[in-house]
Design a binder for this molecule. Structure first.
Ligand SMILES: Cc1cc2nc3c(=O)[nH]c(=O)nc-3n(C[C@H](O)[C@H](O)[C@H](O)COP(=O)(O)OP(=O)(O)OC[C@H]3O[C@@H](n4cnc5c(N)ncnc54)[C@H](O)[C@@H]3O)c2cc1C
Length: 360
């Protein structure tokens, strides 16, 4: 009989974990309190920018970068496969990344050389962008993007069409009590769901779900707001300047963001942030002053110290695993995280050292 795994949370991390488990011969049920691949009450995966690369990776520990470095190749292949098998296009693009000053040139150059990431010094004006200081910019041509709502939609269809997958939507699980072994988990409506193993991929809500167990999780929601412009003439590359980015979409829209706000589970969008983001966007691309902003949204990232996710077995509850807390780079980290977790669930020695991500 196939091993049955219940995954709690149908964001990018839950869906990627499900695909990996199904590819390894398991039967999977994804339990999601809303609808997978829809914009509902703050989930992070629909809301994200979709850059498949950490912003300034040289600022992060190698434990973060170990989960991100091969991601672009993975998404290139996955997008092609999903297009073929579902007809849904995740809009994978190798857009490149234009980094405007200020930045630590020496550190950036050394990191890119060590990690075989191509990099060159360029004039921002050659890309049709204002570099406020007039100094040279950095160009990383290999950086890629996908469009998160489209990637989620394609994955949802792939999972929905797979006979080894059940999607249990509009179903919420209640917080777990400390027990020795997990064989069933109760929904808010009192139904008991049973499986051989369970995986928590509940993003910003993971701490609430497990706080009565012995797991020491340090995860809290961190709101990010984004604006969507409809420019007359779009950028051709992702542009980044001092914590702020703009991402051109294939259909001519331009996404600008984002914020890092510690406001609990509040998913509101605010006039102050709209003004702040548009001022930053228009400083880099003055033509945006006459372009309409057609959408403004927010998402709750699963915030963690140093962006380090928790991947592995629960410290004291048998049959329970975690894959959560990916903060700013959950889309980028999802493939390597899923592979690492599934290796651990199968009792294998994983390709990367699992200790830094262990649940204590
Ligand atoms: C504005 C913004 C920009 C971003 N840009 C990027 C980027 O460019 N590149 C990148 O790599 N990452 C980016 N991210 C981060 C990335 O989106 C997140 O790290 C990632 O989406 C986290 O995925 P997740 O599946 O863990 O969480 P989520 O997508 O939040 O999914 C968790 C799911 O669990 C469900 N759930 C919770 N509790 C329960 C329960 N009790 N029962 C059932 N279901 C439950 C929720 O409804 C939710 O659907 C961005 C995020 C934001 C907000």
């Amino acid at each position: 009989m196939k091993k049955h795994v219940i995954i709690i949370g149908g964001g990018i991390v839950g869906c990627m974990t499900a695909m990996e488990l199904v590819n390894r011969g398991c039967r999977v049920t994804i339990v999601e309190r809303n609808q997978i691949a829809s914009q509902t009450s703050g989930e992070s995966s629909w809301a994200g920018g979709g850059i498949v690369f950490p912003l300034l990776p040289w600022l992060y520990p190698e434990t973060v970068n170990a989960l991100t470095l091969n991601s672009a190749n993975f998404y290139r292949d996955l997008s092609q496969r999903l297009l073929l098998e579902t007809g849904f296009d995740a809009n994978f693009e190798q857009s490149g990344f234009l980094l405007l000053p200020k930045f630590d040139l020496e550190t950036a150059v050394a990191w890119c050389a060590n990690h075989q990431v191509p990099l060159e010094s360029v004039q921002a004006s050659a890309f049709g962008v204002e570099s406020p200081s007039g100094e040279d910019a950095l160009w990383l041509p290999s950086v890629c993007q996908v469009r998160p709502p489209y990637m989620m939609q394609a994955m949802r269809h792939w999972l929905e069409n797979n006979s080894n997958v059940s999607l249990l939507e509009h179903t919420e699980l209640i917080p777990l009590k400390q027990i020795d072994k997990l064989s069933e988990w109760q929904t808010v409506s009192g139904e008991k769901l049973s499986a051989d193993q369970f995986v928590v991929t509940s993003g910003a809500w993971s701490f609430e779900l497990l706080k009565e167990t012995s797991a020491k999780l340090n995860i809290k929601p961190m709101r990010g707001q984004i604006l969507l412009y409809q420019p007359q003439k779009n950028l051709e590359q992702i542009v980044y300047r001092e914590g702020f980015y703009m991402i051109p979409r294939r259909d001519g829209y331009l996404l600008a963001g984002s914020t890092l706000e510690d406001v609990g589970f509040d998913t509101a969008v605010t006039a102050e942030v709209r003004a702040e983001i548009s001022a930053k966007a228009e400083a880099i691309m003055p033509a945006l002053r006459s372009s309409p902003i057609i959408k403004h949204w927010s998402g709750l990232r699963p915030g963690t110290p140093e962006n380090l996710p928790t991947i592995g077995a629960h410290p004291s509850i048998e049959n329970l695993f975690l894959n959560t807390g990916h903060f700013r780079y959950g889309l980028t980290m999802a493939p390597a995280s899923a592979q690492l977790l599934v290796s651990l669930m199968f009792g294998e020695t994983p390709a990367i050292d699992s200790k830094p991500y262990a649940c204590l």
